[in-house]
Design a binder for this molecule. Structure first.
Ligand code: NDP
Length: 285
C-alpha cells in the first residue's frame, strides 16, 4: 500500500515546514552576544538589531563596542548595552550574565562566539598558550552557560555556541585552537543530553563553521587555504536562524562542512589528505 510512503512524505513536509525562520521569533528577545566587537559577532549584533531584539554585547575593546552599539541603535535594536572585559577572567564572564539579569531580569538567548587570539602554524608544544586558550575559548563558555542556565530555563531559551569544522575534524596548523573547539562539542553535546534528562526546555545549537571572510581569518589563513571564504553577514544570519529554530547543529557553508562530516567516520585518512591538499603548506610560516 502507499500509506507508509505518504506518511513519510507528510512527515518530511511537516518537519521542513517547522523549520521556517521568521524575524518575529527574535523581536523583543533578550540576547547576549560575546566577541561582538568585530567579525561574525559584530554582524550578529546588527542582525539582531534589525529584528528588534534587546542586545547586550561584549568584547575587550570598548571603543569598538561603542561603535557597534551606535550602529545597532540606528538599525532598530529594542535596546543595546555593552560591557567590556576579557574572557580570560571567569569573574568577568559571570559579570556579563549578571548585567543581563540587572538590565532585563531574564535572558532568552546566549550566543557564545568570542575566541582568544592564536596562531596558524606548526605546534611547538606551547602548553601555556593552550591553557590560556582553553580558558578563553572553553572555560568562559562553560562559566557563562552555568550562570545563565537558571534564566534560560525560566524563559525556555537557547544557547548558541560558535565552533568550527576544526572542532570536528583534525586540521594541521591549528592544534591549540582545534583542541578548544573539540572541547566545546564535548561539553555542549553532553549538556544537551543532561537538559533532556532534567526536562529543561533549553536548546543548544553548536555552529560548525567553515572558512568565513572575517578580517582575522583573512589575515591568518587566506595565503594558505585554497577555497574561497563565505560572507560573514550571511554566516551571522544563519547562526541566528539556527538558534531561533532551536537546531542541534548548524553546518555553514553547508556543502563544505557537510562533506567532511560525512567522510569523517567512513574515510578518515582520505579526509585528512583532502584537508591537507586544500592548503598551500609551503606558505605556512
Ligand atoms: P574575530 O577575531 O573577528 O572576533 C573575535 C572576537 O572575540 C572579537 O570581538 C574580539 O574582540 C573578541 N575577543 C578576543 N579575545 C578576547 C578575550 N580575551 N576576551 C573577550 N573577547 C575577546 O573572529 P571571527 O569573527 O572570525 O570568529 C568568530 C567565531 O567564529 C569564533 O568562535 C571562531 O572560532 C568561529 N569561526 C570562525 C571562522 C572564520 O573563518 N572566520 C571559521 C570557523 C569558526 P576584542 O579583541 O575587542 O576583545
Amino acid at each position: 500500500s502507499l500509506f507508509p510512503l505518504m506518511g513519510l512524505v507528510l512527515a518530511i513536509f511537516f518537519y521542513s515546514a517547522k523549520q521556517e525562520f521568521k524575524v518575529e521569533m527574535l523581536k523583543g528577545k533578550r540576547v547576549i552576544v560575546t566577541g561582538a566587537s568585530s567579525g561574525i559577532g559584530e554582524q550578529m549584533a546588527y542582525r539582531l538589531a534589525r529584528t528588534g531584539s534587546h542586545i547586550l554585547i561584549t568584547a575587550r575593546t570598548e571603543g569598538k563596542l561603542r561603535k557597534v552599539s551606535t550602529q545597532c541603535r540606528e538599525l532598530g535594536a529594542a535596546s543595546i548595552h555593552y560591557v567590556s572585559g576579557s574572557m580570560e577572567n571567569m569573574a568577568f564572564a559571570q559579570v556579563v550574565v549578571k548585567e543581563a539579569e540587572k538590565l532585563w531580569g531574564g535572558l532568552d538567548m546566549l550566543i557564545l562566539n568570542h575566541i582568544g587570539s592564536t596562531y596558524f602554524g606548526y605546534f611547538k608544544g606551547d602548553t601555556e598558550h593552550l591553557r590560556k586558550l582553553l580558558e578563553i575559548n572553553v572555560l568562559s563558555y562553560v562559566t557563562m552557560t552555568v550562570s545563565a542556565l537558571p534564566m534560560l530555563k525560566e524563559s525556555r531559551g537557547s544557547i548558541v555556541a560558535v565552533s568550527s569544522l576544526a572542532g570536528k575534524v583534525g586540521t594541521p596548523f591549528t592544534v591549540p585552537y582545534s583542541t578548544t573547539k573539540f572541547a566545546l562539542d564535548g561539553f555542549f553535546s553532553s549538556l544537551r543530553q543532561m537538559l533532556v534528562v532534567e526536562n529543561a526546555n533549553v536548546s543548544i545549537t553548536l555552529c560548525v563553521l567553515g572558512y568565513i571572510n572575517t578580517d582575522t581569518a583573512m589575515k591568518t589563513v587566506s595565503h594558505v587555504i585554497r577555497n574561497k571564504p563565505a560572507p560573514k553577514e550571511e554566516c551571522a544570519l544563519e547562526i541566528i536562524k539556527s538558534g531561533a529554530l532551536r537546531q542541534r547543529e548548524l553546518h555553514y557553508p553547508y556543502i563544505s562542512v557537510r562533506i567532511p562530516l560525512l567522510l569523517r567516520d567512513w574515510a578518515p585518512d582520505f579526509l585528512d589528505s583532502l584537508t591537507r591538499n586544500n592548503m598551500d603548506i609551503e606558505k605556512v610560516k
